[in-house]
Design a protein around this ligand. Sequence first.
Ligand SMILES: [Zn+2]
Length: 1081
Amino acid sequence: MGGGTPQDMCSRSEYPLRAPKPVGQLISNIYKDRINQFTTGGQWESRNLRAMMHEAQVSGEPHVQLWVWDAPGQSRPTFKEAVSHEFRKTKVGEAFGPSWSTHWFKVTLKVPDDIRDKRLVELHWDANNEGLIWTEDGKPLQGLTGGNERVEWILPKSFLDGKEHTIYIEMACNGMFGNAPGGDSIQPPDPNKYFRLDRAEIVAVNPDARQLGIDMWIIGDAAREFPQDSWEQHKALQTCNRVIEAFKLGDKESLKTCRDIAKEYLGPNVDSAKVYDSGKEPLVYGIGHCHIDSCWLWPFDETKRKVARSWSNQCDLMERYPELNFACSQAQQYKWLRELYPSVFERVKKKVSEGRFHPIGGSWVEHDTNLPSGESLVRQFLYGQRFFESNFGSRCQTFWLPDTFGYSSQLPQLCRLAGMNRFLTQKLSWNNINKFPHTTFNWVALDGSQVICHMPPAETYTAEAHFGDVKRSMSQHKSLDHDATSLLVFGKGDGGGGPTWQQIEKLRRCRGISDNVGLLPRVHMGSSVDDFFDRLELKADSFVTWYGELYFELHRGTYTTQANNKRNNRRAEDALRTLELLATITSIKDKSYKYPKKDFDDMWESVLLCQFHDCLPGSSIEMCYRDSDKIYSKVFETAEKILSGISEVFEFTRTNKTTLADGLVLNSLPWHRKEVVEISENEAAVACGQGPFLRLRKLQTPEDSPLVSVKQTASDVHVLENSQLKVTIDHGLITSIYDKTSDREVVPKGQKANQYVIFDDKPLYWQAWDVEVYHLDTRKELNPHSTTVLDEKNHRVSVATKTRISEESWIETTISLSAALDGQQSYVEVESKVEWHETMKFLKVEFPVDVRNTEASYETQFGIVRRPTHYNTSWDMAKFEVCSHRFADLSENGYGVSILNDSKYGFATTGNLMRLSLLRSPKAPDAHADMGTHHIRWAILPHNGSLSHVTVRKAYEFNNPLKLVSTPEGTADASLRAGPPVKLTATSNPALVLDTVKRGEDDEDVSRGELPKKDGKSVILRIYDSLGGRARGTIETTWDVKKVTKTNLLEDDLKEVEFADGKFDIDLKPFEVATFKLQLA
Ligand SMILES: [Zn+2]
């Protein structure tokens, strides 16, 4: 039977028959905007949640008493020194400065009785600059940022006793991003900034109000950022509006009600780390991080304080937030902390041992990877990993380099050889032409070695841990086919700081939403970067691959800016290579000679520091380059000292004048060398041989023709000629280089080589960093004045020209040709002295060559990288300016031309036009970058055949001129002339380069005790294949070797190599970097 009548059913329902009132749909945008009004400042703050944040606040005497001592000038005295001075009374409202000065405050706090029992009592200090809170007895507690950011310090319970307690605050007169005037942080610093102490007050915080503020921040974001067509968005909007309606100004109980409503959306556990215990599979792994540029818009000395401020913050936060895991790189920063802030270092060390604070990166600093030499990259890892191992008991597994300006194609190989198979970076998301297509992939080096690379899809290493950062960790993930997980690297950075409590609280709520509502990718806290990569590694064989360099499509000006700094880098690298070789030989020859390990360590650590990714690239303020000039001059001083020590053992003196009988030349290169060297004003000799000291022979001049000549053939036309080359210089420009040996013209007819060109250089924003593609459209040729003959010597001829750039700037150029020697490729050498006083101009020099290829070759670390000479695609075109080391080469089958240089890194080859970048003139962040005098050398090296060892060796030789030394007649040590104690035999593949010879780090007579000493003496050899083919050879040594092992870069034995009769064979794969350890008997 049927049921009851319709009337019966109605009576059982409470649903009214008639609509009691009109109800409208939420007008979404208005209700969304209203959320902001609940927490914002300004006109609403006396009536919204803000009005209930603080239950009490007191400032001024007797509760907050302030004294100050102003440190003189730009000094940064220690705590001990500071507190020994007389302090004067001060108060809120006083301004402190100028820029970079330091002021120490003595702060006496007396908590009023009526807030002693409050749940959360803080000191709020805001002087709009950075600060560090110290205990009365000199222990750093926590950093302060200023400008409303990180201004609170929680008073310890012991301070709530109603008595006076003293702390010190060290104020640094700089903001997080230095001292730029106005709002543009990359403008050169204002030297005269003052900072007002706005707040110094004791505040009792209402924790419910504070937590509700964070609840609303995140649910509000869900309402704003979840898609409009999702129920999760609508629910968030509803929740926010219900909270706002439940809020009753002045009623503390209503805050609890509001929070209960919020938890309907966030879930019940967001007030603790328990929120992460749901057991559900996360996708986004949050890791706290603090990127501190070792110098940038502030000097190195300020960074030392930034480290103490930032890392003490993190140790402090870890006490309150058990889920916080913090990864931090740069061994140098740990070393600074150890030396200057031992108590903070101990605190960090404790957190490291608890597995919360994670040293990461394995390198000395977060260095540039375009410009340092191969051996420098090796030492970044060697010094970094040794520091981490000796101080924290283990090495790093992940190379961490979020913020550098392009990535050398050899990095994966070097990482693997330094014990790291993971790599994290991020900067490629700044590409301004092509979007890099992967998030997680295998990155493959020139030699085929690979690392797992992850680029956080939130596209930042300083995430604010916003709802949007978590969301983008999925929406911008480009490798979802293979793995959907990602790292979220959060925390204030660049200027330091690290995670804030707000960020950690926000992530708890994001996780709550994922578990309780869904839609947001589930974030997890509490694991490490290594844990993240451990999981990736299990499926890494399915990841896509990227072969070769990760070219950064931005910041191409950094190959050129701050020329002097780059020149110093090249010189220092060469000096270190030379001295390590000579000191190794000396220490084995003479037992009384002590291998100067400490000096080498100091030199290397200095060079490695200056390779920091804002220093060597040229993107720092002027102060940093004054510092790096000092650092390098100390390096060169130490180099002189080491060389003196070696010269005492070998009894030679350096000279610029000698005789055939007495003279020798000092050589640091590992192959047979034959060159003309000047031994006095008008006399030259031939240095010939192999080994550290080469003999001099008479330079034979044939009867019938000079070795080299210069002739004027027409008005302002000169011809320089030797047995291989005939060079025509017409009105200061090279119009012809005729290669007699190959019967080829190098310069295309009608074109001009060694042509200076100048460009307008106004990038879109980042002046020191960027040169933009449109600068090429502004090319202007600079024409030299008339040419004069400068040298007309038997062995060398030169002509000189002067080129005016502007009223203030000019170039003096010397073009030289030396006598050609049999078996040695001759080249045209150019020396320039540039007086440079331009604004936003870029100076380059061009070489059109009669060679055709769609790819040019550039020297990179331990190898070459090929790049297009055309603009077929946007990826090709993006490489309109590239990085090159000692040479760039354009070769076709059978013939080519190399351009060598002594200190430059920027290059471009377009069609048949090769172009070396010389000088830039950006005005930010250093207003005087590159102004002044520059000495630059380059050479045009034509060669028969394709790119070969001829170019590789000539480029080394061009950068390492032979040095004349004298030995007292008759007393010369026979061993001086005895040839090299270790070498590649003549039958070895000439592509092999024996680049580094040094002593073993832990040899008992060398070690400085960081790691356990090893018995006996050893020598480390680093050899690479420079041209990209399998290369076999034999190493021969006169040392008494008992065992040879192949090792990694950290000098760990990999396998024993068969050694007999003073020889062992090597067999390198294309572009392989191999290290061998010779254990001496
Ligand atoms: Zn950086």
